[in-house]
Design a protein around this ligand. Structure first.
Ligand code: PHE
Length: 334
């Protein structure tokens, strides 16, 4: 009880004195811990009163320390509290954007200018969204085009092999007109080399409306490639995908006679950059869209390979090693 009076009366404007007071009462070996330690030796009949007094003392001491500290810091200048605020700051180390992000952001920006939004979906996908809805039923030989990682505990689950799965989800949940691109990471069980990896990144696009034609597809791709690569020639080669009909592969000319911008490695000829086609009517039906009313096109490209081209990177594995010496080189890229 004497201590309660002492705590009540204690006053100082000296920070060190406050700290000494705090240690005396509230420190690890302070009075309060001693009192709490003695609690077990107090006769049963007195325990209640003893506890009440000690707890009151603790509360008073805690409040006293806080209020004294408050009033001291209130009367201190900025300098005492924060140090010299006019001292020059330490420079902050700025990170750099990853080349995959740089290229993905450019692609999103180009398509957003012609009305495409961005959609996303899960990387762990079910069989329906990755394959079956896209005209790839079980045992369809075209499933072998994309070597798949399955999830061991559930044969219906897999790591998505393309972001076409996101387009299926988007069609299931939205009515046309649809204009969306789906960027994301995809996985394929492929041997890792300088040119391919077991995971990479795609942007797939989907456009569904009334009377969409192959000419719309070609114009959209022409616009896109010119924006991304500078003025460029493209060619469409007939190809096959189970979910588009007709289907085509898009090559961009990486050649000497093209007016290219400085980023291109010239003289390599036609380079394949994406797959595309008119969405198969059966796929529309699978996703709840009436193919008699609507048609559309889809396309898909790998971001990693485009990043290799644009930034003249020689090995795809550099993109996932996170070597700072590599990443720092993209400081001024946009
Ligand atoms: N999904 C295909 C792939 O990953 C690309 C593609 C998308 C082709 C849309 C045509 C239409 O290879």
């Amino acid at each position: 009880k004497d201590h309660i009076a002492e705590v009540r009366e204690f006053s100082t404007d000296n920070l060190e004195a406050i700290e000494a007071f705090r240690i005396k009462y509230l420190g690890k070996k302070g009075l309060l811990n001693q009192f709490f330690g003695e609690f077990k030796n107090v006769p049963n009949g007195e325990k209640k009163e003893y506890g009440r007094v000690v707890n009151e003392l603790k509360q008073l001491a805690t409040e006293k320390v806080a209020s004294l500290k408050d009033s001291v810091s209130g009367s201190l200048g900025e300098k005492e509290i924060y140090g010299d605020v006019t001292r020059p700051g330490e420079p902050l180390e700025l990170g750099t954007r990853h080349p995959i992000s740089l290229v993905r952001n450019r692609i999103i920006d180009i398509f957003s200018r012609i009305g495409f939004n961005v959609s996303e979906g899960p990387e762990i996908e079910d069989d329906w969204h990755n394959f079956t809805a896209l005209n790839l039923p079980e045992y369809h030989p075209a499933r072998d085009m994309q070597d798949t990682f399955f999830i061991q505990t559930d044969p219906d689950l897999l790591l998505r092999t393309h972001t076409s799965s996101v387009q299926v989800r988007y069609m299931e949940n939205h009515k046309p007109p649809i204009r969306t691109i789906s960027p994301g990471r995809v996985y394929r069980n492929e041997a890792i080399s300088a040119r391919s990896h077991c995971f990479f990144h795609q942007v797939e696009g989907l456009y569904i409306d009334k009377e969409v034609s192959f000419a719309d597809l070609k114009q959209t791709l022409q616009f896109f490639t010119s924006e991304l690569f500078g003025k460029s020639k493209i060619r469409l080669r007939p190809s096959y995908f189970p979910f588009t009909e007709p289907s085509a592969e898009v090559d961009v000319y990486w050649g000497l006679e093209t007016e290219t911008d400085y980023r291109m490695t010239k003289g390599t000829g036609w380079l394949e950059i994406m797959g595309c086609g008119m969405v198969d009517p059966q796929v529309l039906t699978n996703c709840g869209i009436d193919p008699n009313e609507y048609s559309g096109f889809a396309f898909g490209m790998g971001i990693d390979r485009i990043a290799l081209l644009l930034h003249q990177i020689s090995d795809i594995r550099l993109l996932s090693e996170n070597d700072v010496r590599f990443l720092e080189q993209f400081r001024s890229a946009s």
